[in-house]
Design a protein around this ligand. Sequence first.
Ligand SMILES: Nc1ncnc2c1ncn2[C@@H]1O[C@H](COP(=O)(O)OP(=O)(O)OP(=O)(O)O)[C@@H](O)[C@H]1O
Length: 676
Amino acid sequence: MREIAAFPSDRAALLWDKIDGLVSDPLPDGKVKKKLKGADGVYRMRVTDHRVFYRFGEDWISLLGIRRRAEDTYDGVPGETVDAPASDDGDDNLDALIAAAQPKVFQFEMTVAETALPEPITRELLREIGVPVSAVPTLLRCKTEEALLEAPVPPDVLGRVVDRLFPPTIERLDQQPDLVVLSTRDLVRFKEGDLLGFLLRLDEDQLKLTQWALTGPTMVRGGAGTGKSTVALYRVKALLERPGATGAERVLFTTYTRSLLTVTQQLLEQLLTSDQLRRVEVATCDQIAWRIVGNARKIGPLESSNDALRRLAKLREKHAPGGSAFEAKLRARALERLTDVWLLEEFEWIIEGRGLTSLAQYQAAARPGRGLPLNERARAAVWELYEAFSKGAGERYSALRREALKLLAEDAQAVRYDYVVVDEAQDLSPVSLALMAEVCKTAEGLFFAADNKQSLYSRNYTWSSAHPRLQFRGRTALLSRNYRSTREIDRAAFSVLVADEGEELVASNSVHEGPLPVLVRDIDADRQAEWIARFVRQMARHLHLKASAAAVLVPGAAVGETIAKELQGQGVDARFFPGRDLDLKADVVRVLTLHAAKGLEFPIVIVAGLESGAWPVPEDFEEPDLFAERARHERRVLYVGLTRAMRGLMLLVPQGCRHPAVVDLDLNHWHVETAL
Ligand SMILES: Nc1ncnc2c1ncn2[C@@H]1O[C@H](COP(=O)(O)OP(=O)(O)OP(=O)(O)O)[C@@H](O)[C@H]1O
């Protein structure tokens, strides 16, 4: 895209003509185009003093580069040019094309030496590419690739210098297309500044979904990185601009975590006019619940999960089950096999998450996905404990959600939205889903984006059982092209999953290719930072990105703090961010929990800190079913973490690691290094 932006505007009309010509005839007469020897199916065509590189199929043209004719025009293109024979490689469709290539191995080096720049940075060079004067002194001081990549200048300025010094090879452009557009017209609009690059990022299937079934309830599904959130954002625009819209409609866009709020808000700012933006609210479901309850009464301080667990543990020490002495003994025994964590989940997910308000309702409730069946007596014991637990409770989100739902359902006059768009819907509890359904004026205004493969919590309930408005039959569409992660990363992550009962796992098709992800096994906890630092430096350089393009994802806050500190000891500027404080603009390597990374993406990802203690092993569970349920959860958490990576991925596996997803990992998808 930057090459299109840099093409001289006064000659752009000729460029569009030529590209349009290619669309109707990709093999114009021999003088205009050449086939490049050694570069599989790559052609070049002359446009004034520029060369356009392209590949094509039956109904697509892939523009690989637009370079000025100079010494470096053919950098990265194997072989010289030869006259093109009639080609027979034009009969693939895009999906077949992107499914075909072979994975490449990432040559993981043990050390990274400083590398001199391919040519010195001079004032002339910086002027030529329009670098602002304020950045010039800093850039002139950079003598090595490493110094340049870490130069404290704005990212777009750095990008321009990096592109000039290291023009991406044609092979790399072919493996990692910038975007897919439907016609040359869109490129013209981009070039003329009429369309931001971001606005072009919709393929045909996605585009259809932004407009499809505008009277919902509608759902878009698809694996990680298939563009569900992107479609949801565009849909907001389509909804506000629907024929017949009054211009007063209000939209609620909910994200799963607070860290996603800022990103979503920023993207909407690019997409919408200021009037439209004023009519869209971005919030988490919990913020909505908070506001509804807050309008009715004063809300006290919220209890954290850790505090709730501590309180539950204390309560259990003195809790005496009811009934006859014999019955009490049996109830106590039924409770003994249940851990505090499991019980708190049962309270939050089943009792409060489903809005159950009596023992009779709890006795009758289906509890799919909870692993452990509970008989009547066990349920009575759990209910009793729950009642005692909720009596002394401070404010808790799961209770607030239930209260908000009740308040809203009883108040026909409450403020409601014309449209409610819910991203990452797979992880909302039934009460949250019902709250979203209720906060919309009509069922027709609902749009959900969801991916079962990323559902961290057992949600084997149907949407409509959460709320009768959630009927998506005949209104669900599927996206299947992964635009985020390379095929190699996508495959490695996908192999971590195991299908749930009655579920079919379908892999998506990645648009990008890259090196195999790296798995380092048998690593000592205190050597993790050393390997992470090495990988970050090498991958960042390989991708010509700053080290801050990397994120380290860990199971918990404590291990995150430790790794951030150790990385600083390795000379890497790293910081641990608790979920709600995530600063996406900070120029540091971000360390965050796997949970907080949900919905986000980073060019380079390292998953670390999988030391025992952070996840369950069979011995912790008396019941194999309970372990199976936790193991499923851990697999999905890991899947979410691995699929945050766009180009480079490393997984650190400690010595003797028994993480449920790692013990039987398919190593064929990884480049394996042993740390011992
Ligand atoms: N047609 C497209 N062309 C190029 N890039 C795209 C296209 N569609 C989406 N993308 C990019 O792919 C990435 C993933 O998209 P998005 O976050 O919308 O996926 P998602 O399905 O919501 O992912 P997840 O469920 O894993 O969070 C984003 O960087 C987005 O800008």
